[in-house]
Write a protein that binds this ligand. Structure first.
Ligand code: HEC
Ligand code: HEC
Length: 202
């Protein structure tokens, strides 16, 4: 126990030094959340290494703020994030979003080049027959997003696929105007996996 606690303390110090240099204005409670709560799953720089935990580094600040607010109000229900969110004060949202938006996103890994190529076509052209719109118009050519649409580039395949399935089934229903539910509803499972594979490599 003592060794574990000591290690964690040292890890906090190391992490603290790194972000204090990068973002001097980080409020105390935001810094504590980042280094003692969020880092367990999203890593200290927001580049999660577990496929089911989304990468937050480089994500659009506006999108991060909206998601945190949606978790707090229960508009985006999730069993893993719920107990975490209970520890966040509404006043921390802006600081948390700015911190992760300012981190450098690490690239993802493509495991299947042919699948990624099929995903690229869908991302850029959509599927005229089934009415899937091109993703590129909203999420931008390099998947970088903008203040209105989230970044998707470099995200873990497993997370992207899960979110698409959740939009499809309506488990996730916090998209304004049902934009993403309408997109996902028209997609096949194969198309979801293909586009997720492509996005990991962007
Ligand atoms: C126990 C693991 C865990 C911890 C700790 C955790 N998260 Fe998460 N986080 C997740 C998972 C899993 C998801 C995806 C949930 C879903 O599908 O809605 C997620 C999703 C998110 C999202 C939405 C990302 C997106 O692309 O839509 C944000 C923002 C976020 N977390 C921020 C935080 C912050 C800030 C903290 C610390 C205060 C934190 N998380 C702590 C596991 C965790
Ligand atoms: C008309 C604009 C629009 C189009 C077209 C569109 N999206 Fe989206 N997408 C959005 C918006 C807006 C959100 C954020 C929803 C929210 O607030 O939770 C989003 C969210 C997402 C998310 C969740 C990101 C995360 O971090 O959780 C994924 C994944 C996604 N889109 C994939 C796609 C794919 C793949 C396509 C093409 C097949 C596509 N989108 C087409 C507007 C669009």
């Amino acid at each position: 126990m003592r060794v574990r606690a000591g290690r964690r303390f040292l890890a906090c110090l190391g992490v603290g030094a790194a972000w204090m240099a990068a973002t001097p204005a980080l409020a105390d409670d935001v810094a504590t959340l980042v280094t003692t709560v969020c880092n367990a799953c999203h890593m200290s720089d927001g580049n999660s290494v577990v496929p089911m935990f989304p990468k937050l580094a480089g994500q659009q600040a506006e999108y991060l703020e909206k998601q945190l607010a949606d978790y707090i109000t229960g508009k985006r229900p999730n069993d893993v994030m719920a107990p975490v969110i209970a520890q966040i004060k509404p006043g921390d949202i802006k600081g948390l979003a700015a911190f992760y938006a300012g981190q450098k996103p690490a690239p993802g890994t493509v495991n299947d080049a042919a699948l990624a190529e099929a995903g690229r076509k869908l991302y850029e052209d959509g599927n005229e027959e089934s009415g899937v719109p091109a993703c590129v118009g909203c999420h931008q050519p390099a998947g970088e997003g903008n203040p209105r649409y989230p970044r998707l580039a470099g995200q873990h395949q497993a997370y992207t696929s899960l979110e698409m399935q959740d939009f499809k089934t309506g488990v996730r229903a916090n998209d304004k105007g049902k934009v993403m539910r309408a997109v996902a509803d028209r997609m096949t499972e194969a198309e979801i996996y293909a586009v997720a594979e492509y996005l990991a490599g962007l």
